[in-house]
Unconditional design. Structure first.
Length: 344
């Protein structure tokens, strides 16, 4: 491993070449002028060979093999299933690499804590992949909240629907069933919603209620989850997460306060604020961006990671943020499966 300087190109190894890597992380690495992809790693030969051929880099079946071969990596992007992620993330920081780890950082708090502790012990940068908070629309919503244009207390209604069910697509079904075997859909998809709330509220949850269902008995976990969260500043959030339905409806993203209402429409890539001025008149503000959501968010996330590595600064989406998101996910799972209200 070579130490990254404050201005040079950051040499990165991609660990995991599945769907999120091929559609998000690898294209972002390829677009960035600040990084150089030096190797790819995946336990599935076809995955790593396809990525290696596309990006013209060597491929290995393990991070340890890539580093032993002297690829000269300074950082790793870890994009593997969350029940696997702690192992390569810890191995990377112990080898002296800084890490951008896809969310969630683990499926249980004990494993996530080990990742957090390893980053602290080694002094490496570990950023968790909550890319969506880097969207210009989410940033606009935070600005409106900070400027008092929505008021308080605030009610958040958030929804995330993905992973359309197609029984004929056995590869996709197997991958999502593997996720569900380690927890309900909220644990994975809801990680983004939990992070939105942490970023926007700046408050701590104090109680959680939840309900959910397996819409087919063959599913390995609850593919639909609804949760209600109370925060210590008086804010309230209602979240819905759904996987494995015949189609994926558009998820809500509404922020309602006594002074204003903000709506984020992700498919249309527009955020709209309606607020009441001091004279009682209503006015509307709109923020749009044209690039595809994922391209914009992955690029901004990677730029933040590079800046943190260069300046040795704690990332905005640090392992502490990852732990906070996972704590809420664990509370939602407990409330759902135990039929109780979880309180802090």
């Amino acid at each position: 491993m070579s130490t990254a300087d404050t201005a040079g190109t950051l040499r990165v190894v991609q660990v995991g070449c599945g769907d999120i890597a091929t559609t998000g992380h690898l294209p972002a690495l390829d677009r960035s002028p600040d990084v150089e992809l030096v190797a790819v790693v995946d336990v599935v030969a076809s995955h790593r060979e396809a990525a290696a051929a596309k990006y013209g880099v060597p491929a290995w079946d393990s991070l340890e093999a890539a580093l032993a071969a002297g690829v000269g990596a300074q950082a790793a992007v870890v994009a593997v299933p969350p029940h696997v992620a702690p192992s390569p993330t810890i191995a990377a920081v112990e080898a002296g690499l800084d890490v951008l780890c896809e969310k969630p950082m683990a499926v249980d708090l004990a494993s996530a804590q080990r990742v957090h502790d390893a980053g602290r012990r080694t002094g490496r940068i570990v950023q968790i992949g909550f890319k969506n908070r880097f969207s210009p629309l989410v940033r606009a919503a935070r600005r409106w909240l900070d400027d008092g244009l929505i008021g308080s207390p605030v009610v958040y209604t958030l929804g995330g629907f993905d992973e359309r069910y197609d029984a004929a697509d056995t590869v996709h079904v197997g991958r999502i069933q593997d996720f569900l075997a380690h927890g309900p859909s909220y644990l994975h998809e809801g990680a983004h919603l939990a992070d939105y709330l942490a970023y926007l509220t700046g408050a701590a949850p104090v109680s959680v209620r939840a309900a959910g269902v397996r819409s087919q008995p063959s599913f390995h976990g609850e593919n639909f989850v609804s949760a209600l969260v109370d925060y210590d500043n008086g804010d309230v959030a209602r979240m819905e997460v759904g996987w494995f339905f015949p189609t994926s409806p558009k998820g809500e993203f509404r922020i309602l306060g006594p002074r204003g209402v903000a709506l984020i429409d992700r498919p249309e890539q527009v955020a709209t604020l309606t607020t009441r001025d001091d004279d009682g008149a209503l006015r509307t503000e709109e923020v749009r961006f044209e690039r595809p959501w994922n391209d914009e968010c992955f690029d901004r996330q990677l730029a933040h990671f590079v800046e943190c590595v260069r300046t040795r600064t704690e990332p905005e989406t640090s392992t502490a943020a990852g732990l906070a998101s996972l704590r809420l996910g664990a509370a939602v799972t407990e409330a759902l499966r135990e039929g109780t209200v979880v309180r802090w």
